[in-house]
Write a protein that binds this ligand. Structure first.
Ligand SMILES: *Cc1c(COP(=O)(O)O)cnc(C)c1O
Ligand SMILES: [Zn+2]
Length: 402
C-alpha cells in the first residue's frame, strides 16, 4: 500500500493518478508506503544475490518488471587512492556498471514498468544524455516508443550513440537541459506521453535501491557519509529516501550524512546550502566539463536540500580541474573508469577532507554515477594521445623508452 504525497501541502493521491507535481500547490510528490501489518526483516534479504529487484517488496510495482538486470553494482574498497589522498580507505559504489552504464537504469526499470502498469503508450524525457540512453533500452524492451530531448552539442557521444541505436526518437534542442526539460513537460502534458525525468516520483523509487545495496554490501552497516554528484538533484533525494526507509523499517540504526557535489559552473544547490536556504536560485548559463550535471535549475532542489539538512550532510562545489584530476586518479590508481560527472564525488570527498570537514575515520562511500566510455571525447582531450610509430622493431623500442 502506498500513495503519492505532496512534500509541500501533504495532499495524498492514489498510485494510479498520472501526476508529476501536486495539482493543488505544484509541490514535488513522493511515494509513501504504509508498511504496517507487514513484517520486513533482514532475513527477507539474506542469501539472495544483489540486484535491484531483490527489493521488490519495497518498490511500487505490481506487474512483472521490465528489466535488463540492473543494480548489483560493485562496491570497491579504495585503499591505494585513499592512501594517496591521505584520507584513509574509502568506498566507491560504481553505478557505471549498470546495463547502459549509469544509475539511470535503476530509475527506468521501475519507471517504465510503472508506465506499462498505468497503461501509458509513449514515454519521454529531457536528458543530459544518460537518462535518454537508459529510457531507450527500457522502451525497446517494453515495446513502446521513446521520445527524448537533448541539449544540442552538449551531450557526450557515447550517450547519443546509445539513444539512437536503441531506437529512441532523438530531438536535439537548440537550448540547454533546463530548456529541454520545460519543453518535454509541456509535450507530455499535451500529448499524454509519460514523463520519465526525475520529477517522476516512481523513477526515484528505483534509484533508492543504491542505498539498500550499500547497506547490503557493508554487511548491514550504514556508512557515515555518502558523497555523490548532484545535477537535477533526484539521485541524492532517492538515496536518502532508501536509507530512511531501511531505518524506519528497523533494519538499520542510522542515516548517512548526504553530501552533494556540484561543478563550480553549475552549483545552485551548493549556493543555497551555503546560505542555509530551502530552495535555489537558478544558475542561468551552467557550464562544466561534467555534462551530466550541467544543470542550472534542478527540479528536485527542494527535496535534495531537505535530504542534506535532515541527514546532517552538506553541499560543496569542485572545479573542472579537480574533477579531471579525480577522474584520472580513479582510473590510474584504482582501475575504475568513470565519466567526469561521476568523478566529482571523489573530487568533492578529497576537497572536503582537505578542508577538515570530512573527518579521519569516517566510513565514506562515493557514488560514481556513469561509465568512462560515455564520454570518449573528453578522455581524448585530457589524456596523452597514442604514439604513432613506424612498423619496425627499432621504432617501437625507441617509442617505448622515450
Ligand atoms: C544523471 C546523472 C547525474 C546527476 O543525477 P541527478 O539525479 O540529476 O542529480 C550525475 N552523474 C551522472 C553520470 C548522471 O547520469
Ligand atoms: Zn501540494
Amino acid at each position: 500500500m502506498y500513495t503519492q504525497n505532496c512534500i509541500q501541502c501533504d495532499a495524498k493521491y492514489t498510485p494510479e493518478e498520472i501526476l508529476y507535481t501536486c495539482p493543488k500547490c505544484s509541490g514535488l510528490l513522493e511515494i509513501i508506503y504504509d508498511w504496517s501489518g507487514q513484517s520486513i526483516s533482514r532475513k527477507d534479504f539474506e542469501g539472495i544475490p544483489l540486484s535491484l529487484w531483490k527489493y521488490k517488496a519495497l518498490l511500487p510495482v505490481e506487474r512483472e518488471p521490465v528489466t535488463t538486470n540492473e543494480g548489483g553494482t560493485p562496491l570497491y574498497k579504495c585503499e591505494r587512492l585513499g592512501e594517496s589522498f591521505g584520507t584513509g580507505t574509502f568506498y566507491v559504489k560504481h553505478e557505471g556498471l549498470n546495463p547502459t552504464g549509469s544509475f539511470k537504469d535503476r530509475g527506468m526499470t521501475v519507471g517504465v514498468s510503472k508506465a506499462l502498469e498505468l497503461g501509458m503508450k509513449t514515454v519521454a524525457c529531457a536528458s543530459t544524455g544518460n537518462t535518454s540512453a537508459s529510457l531507450a533500452i527500457y522502451g525497446a524492451k517494453a515495446g513502446i516508443p521513446v521520445v527524448v530531448l537533448l541539449p544540442a552539442g552538449k551531450v557526450a557521444m557515447g550517450k547519443v550513440a546509445q539513444a539512437i541505436m536503441h531506437g529512441a526518437k532523438v530531438l536535439s534542442i537548440k537550448g540547454n537541459f533546463d530548456d529541454a526539460l520545460k519543453l518535454v513537460r509541456d509535450l507530455c502534458d499535451n500529448e499524454g506521453f509519460y514523463l520519465l525525468n526525475s520529477i517522476n516520483p516512481y523513477r526515484l523509487e528505483g534509484q533508492k535501491t543504491i542505498a539498500f545495496e550499500i547497506v547490503d554490501q557493508l554487511g548491514w552497516e550504514v556508512p557515515d557519509r555518502v558523497v555523490l554528484p548532484v545535477g537535477n538533484a533526484g539521485n541524492i533525494t532517492a538515496i536518502y529516501k532508501g536509507f530512511k526507509e531501511f531505518y524506519e523499517l528497523g533494519l538499520t540504526d542510522k542515516i548517512p550524512k548526504m553530501t552533494g557535489i556540484q561543478a563550480e559552473g553549475a552549483c545552485p544547490v551548493v549556493n543555497a546550502f551555503k546560505q542555509r536556504l530551502n530552495d535555489i536560485v537558478p544558475v542561468s548559463n551552467p557550464e562544466t566539463v561534467a555534462t551530466a550535471i550541467r544543470i542550472g535549475d534542478p527540479v528536485n532542489a527542494i527535496k535534495a536540500l531537505r535530504a542534506i539538512y535532515q541527514s546532517g550532510g552538506l553541499a560543496e562545489s569542485v572545479s573542472d580541474e579537480e574533477i579531471i584530476a579525480a577522474q584520472k586518479d580513479l582510473a590510474r590508481i584504482e582501475g575504475i573508469g568513470v565519466e567526469p560527472a561521476s568523478a566529482s564525488s571523489v573530487a568533492g570527498f578529497r576537497k572536503l577532507f582537505g578542508m577538515g570537514i570530512i573527518e579521519p575515520g569516517e566510513t565514506v562511500v562515493c557514488v560514481t554515477t556513469g561509465h568512462l566510455l560515455k564520454d570518449p571525447e573528453e578522455v581524448l582531450s585530457i589524456c596523452e594521445s597514442p604514439i604513432e610509430v613506424e612498423a619496425t622493431a627499432e621504432s617501437v623500442r625507441k617509442a617505448v623508452f622515450s
